[in-house]
Ligand binder design. Structure first.
Ligand code: NDP
Ligand SMILES: O=C1O[C@H](COP(=O)(O)O)[C@@H](O)[C@H](O)[C@H]1O
Length: 514
C-alpha cells in the first residue's frame, strides 16, 4: 500500500452539491446578530457557551461587522471583568491571542435580575444601540437568547424577554431562545414549563438543547443507518440480540452535588442524552431530512416504549457521594443506573435496549454497542469466542468498529476475534472535530431545529421515566453502594447477562495510535 498519507482526509470546503443541507440553508441570513448569554457568570457559560461562540468566531461563522455578544446576570461586574473571567477558558494556542482579544471586545455585560423589567430594558437598550451602530435596518435584526440558567427561572426570564427585549421588527428579523436541560423534573413539571414558555414563544422560536445531539458520531447515526446497504437488512430483531447505550464518567459530582442530588443520574443523563441516542438508533427512516420529519420519527419510537419493569432496573450510589456537604446524609439519589427499555414495534419487539449511566466509574466513555445474534449452525465451533458487535464510540477518541470472527493468521485453521476499525483520529488526521455546543449554536442561528428536542418529544420522554422516577423519589428503590473507580454495582452486570448480553472474553479493542 502507498504511504499512509493517502488515507488522510483532504481538507477543503464542501461544495453546494456535496453538502446535503436543506434548501433554506443555501441562503445565509445577513444583518445584525445579537447573542445574549443569560447566566453569563455561571459554569456552563464560561466552560461551554462562550468557548463555543469563540470557535464559531474564529472559523468565520460569526462576523465582526454583524455580531455582538451580551452577557447578562445579577453579579455586579464590568465588561472587562467578565472578559477576564472568560479569557482563561478560551484557547491559548498559536495564533489564538489576536482572535481572543478581538472576540472579547465583542462582548458587553449587562447586570440585572431575572424578574426585573429595568434590567431587561437596559439589555434592550444595549442591543438596540448595537443594532443602530451597525446600521441595521429594522428587518434584519436577529436576537438569540441563550438561557444558561437554572430552569427554575426560565418562565420569568422568558416573560421579561417577551415584554422588554424582543426584536420589535415585524419585517423579517427574529427572536429565538435556547433552553438547557433539565427541562422539568417529571411529566407534570415539564408540561407546566412548556405551557408557560409556549404562551410566550412559538415552537419554532424555542430551541431545547441536548448537547449529545451535537456530537459528531451522534450526528453520523442517520447517515450510517440509512446510507449504507450493509445495515439496512440487519438492523432489526431478526439479527440484533441487544443494544447498549452507555455513558461512564471517571469522576464524581465534583462541586455540583447540590444540583445533582435533586436530579440524579436518570434525569441528568438517561432521560435526555441516552434517550435521544436511542431514538436515532431505533427510529424508522424519515421521509426526508427536514427537521419535522426526523422529529416525527423520534416521537413514534418514544411512544412505542413500554413501561419499564422493576426487575429490569439497577440503581447505585458511589461510596463517598454523601461526603459532599451539599448532599443530605440520607440521600438515596442514584449516581448510577442500568435500565432496560423495550420497544413494542415490528422492528424491535424482544430486543432489549440497555441504557447505562454512571459517575465515579472506572473509565470515561460513551458508546453504542450493537450485539448481533449468534450464527446458526456453528461449523467453526467459534460461538464461545464472542458475537459480532458493532460499536460506535462517541467519546473519547471517536471511532466505530465492527467486532468479527476471522481465521487466525497462520497455518492452523482456527478462529479469532478481530475488528474492522474506523478510528477518526487515524482516518481523518489533522481534522478538528467541532464541539457539540459549537454546532448546535450555529444551528440556532441558521434556524435549524433538527437537532433540538420538540415539545411532544419531550413529553413522550418524560412519560417513559416519570413513573419510575416518582417511585425512586418515594424511596421505593434502593441505590446499591459501589466503589468509586469500579464498574458499578455487580447487580448491573447480572442484569446485562439476564438481558442476553454475551460478553466476549479475552478480546479488547485497542484504539490505534498514530
Ligand atoms: N454546567 C454544566 O456543565 C451543564 C449545565 N447545564 C445546564 O445549564 C444551565 C446552567 O448551568 P450552570 O451554568 O452550571 O449553572 P450555575 O449554577 O452556574 O448558574 C448559572 C448562573 O445563574 C445564576 N443563578 C444561579 N442560581 C440561581 C438561582 N437560584 N436563581 C437565579 N439565578 C441563579 C447565577 O448568576 P448570577 O447570580 O450572577 O445571576 C449563575 O452564575 C442549567 O440549566 C444546567 O442544568 C447543562 C449541561 C451541562
Ligand atoms: O449534561 C451533562 O453532561 C455532562 C457530560 O457531558 P459530556 O459531553 O462531557 O459527556 C455531565 O458531566 C453532566 O453531569 C450532565 O449534566
Amino acid at each position: 500500500m502507498a504511504a499512509s498519507s493517502e488515507w488522510h482526509c483532504e481538507k477543503r470546503p464542501l461544495s453546494k452539491n456535496e453538502s446535503f443541507a436543506r434548501e433554506n440553508e443555501d441562503v445565509p441570513e445577513t444583518g445584525c446578530l445579537s447573542i445574549v448569554v443569560l447566566g453569563a457568570s455561571g459554569d456552563l457559560a464560561k466552560k461551554k457557551t462562550f468557548p463555543a461562540l469563540y470557535n464559531l468566531y474564529r472559523q468565520g461563522f460569526l462576523r465582526k461587522n454583524e455580531v455582538h455578544i451580551f452577557g447578562y446576570a445579577r453579579t455586579n461586574i464590568t465588561d472587562d471583568e467578565l472578559r477576564d473571567r472568560l479569557r482563561g477558558y478560551l484557547p491559548q494556542g498559536t495564533g489564538d491571542a489576536e482572535y481572543v482579544s478581538s472576540f472579547l471586545q465583542l462582548i458587553k455585560y449587562v447586570s440585572g435580575s431575572y424578574d426585573d423589567p429595568e434590567g431587561f430594558q437596559a439589555l434592550d437598550n444595549a442591543i438596540s444601540e448595537h443594532e443602530i451602530s451597525k446600521n441595521s435596518t429594522e428587518g434584519s435584526s436577529r436576537r438569540l437568547f441563550y438561557l444558561a440558567l437554572p430552569p427554575s427561572v426560565y418562565p420569568q426570564v422568558c416573560k421579561m424577554i417577551k415584554n422588554y427585549s424582543m426584536n420589535r421588527s415585524d419585517l423579517g428579523g427574529w427572536t429565538r431562545i435556547v433552553v438547557e436541560k433539565p427541562f422539568g423534573r417529571d411529566l407534570a413539571s415539564a408540561e407546566e414549563l412548556s405551557s408557560q414558555i409556549g404562551e410566550l414563544f412559538e415552537e419554532p422560536q424555542i430551541y431545547r438543547i441536548d448537547h449529545y445531539l451535537g456530537k459528531e458520531l451522534v450526528q453520523n447515526l442517520l447517515v450510517l443507518r440509512f446510507a449504507n446497504r450493509f445495515f439496512l437488512p440487519l438492523w432489526n430483531r431478526d439479527n440484533i440480540a441487544n443494544i447498549q447505550i452507555v455513558f461512564r464518567e471517571d469522576f464524581g459530582t465534583e462541586g455540583r452535588g447540590g444540583y445533582f442530588d435533586q436530579y440524579g443520574i436518570i434525569r441528568d443523563i438517561i432521560q435526555n442524552h441516552l434517550l435521544q441516542v436511542l431514538c436515532l438508533v431505533a427510529m424508522e427512516k424519515p421521509v426526508s431530512l427536514k427537521p419535522e420529519h426526523i422529529r416525527d420519527e423520534k416521537v413514534k419510537v418514544l411512544q412505542s416504549v413500554v413501561p419499564i419493569q422493576d426487575e429490569e432496573v439497577v440503581l447505585g450510589q458511589y461510596d463517598g457521594y454523601k461526603d459532599d456537604p451539599t448532599v443530605p446524609d440520607i440521600s438515596n439519589t442514584p449516581t448510577f443506573a442500568t435500565m432496560i427499555l423495550r420497544i413494542h414495534n415490528e422492528r424491535w419487539e424482544g430486543v432489549p435496549f440497555i441504557l447505562k449511566a454512571g459517575k465515579a466509574l472506572n473509565s470515561r466513555k460513551a458508546e453504542i454497542r450493537v450485539q448481533f445474534k449468534s450464527v446458526p449452525g456453528d461449523i467453526f465451533k467459534c460461538e464461545k469466542q464472542g458475537r459480532n458487535e458493532f460499536v460506535i464510540r462517541l467519546q473519547p477518541s471517536e471511532a466505530m468498529y465492527m467486532k468479527l470472527t476471522v481465521k487466525k493468521p497462520g497455518l492452523e485453521m482456527s478462529t479469532v476475534q478481530s475488528e474492522l476499525d474506523l478510528s477518526y483520529r487515524q482516518r481523518y488526521q489533522g481534522l478538528v472535530i467541532p464541539e457539540a455546543y459549537e454546532r448546535l449554536i450555529l444551528d440556532t442561528i441558521k434556524g435549524d431545529q433538527q437537532h433540538f428536542v420538540r415539545r411532544d418529544e419531550l413529553r413522550a420522554a418524560w412519560e417513559i421515566f416519570t413513573p419510575i422516577l416518582h417511585r425512586i423519589d418515594k424511596g421505593e428503590y434502593k441505590s446499591l453502594p459501589y466503589k468509586p473507580g469500579s464498574r458499578g454495582p455487580a447487580e448491573a452486570d447480572e442484569l446485562l447477562e439476564r438481558a442476553g448480553y454475551v460478553q466476549t472474553h479475552g478480546y479488547i479493542w485497542i484504539p490505534p495510535t498514530l
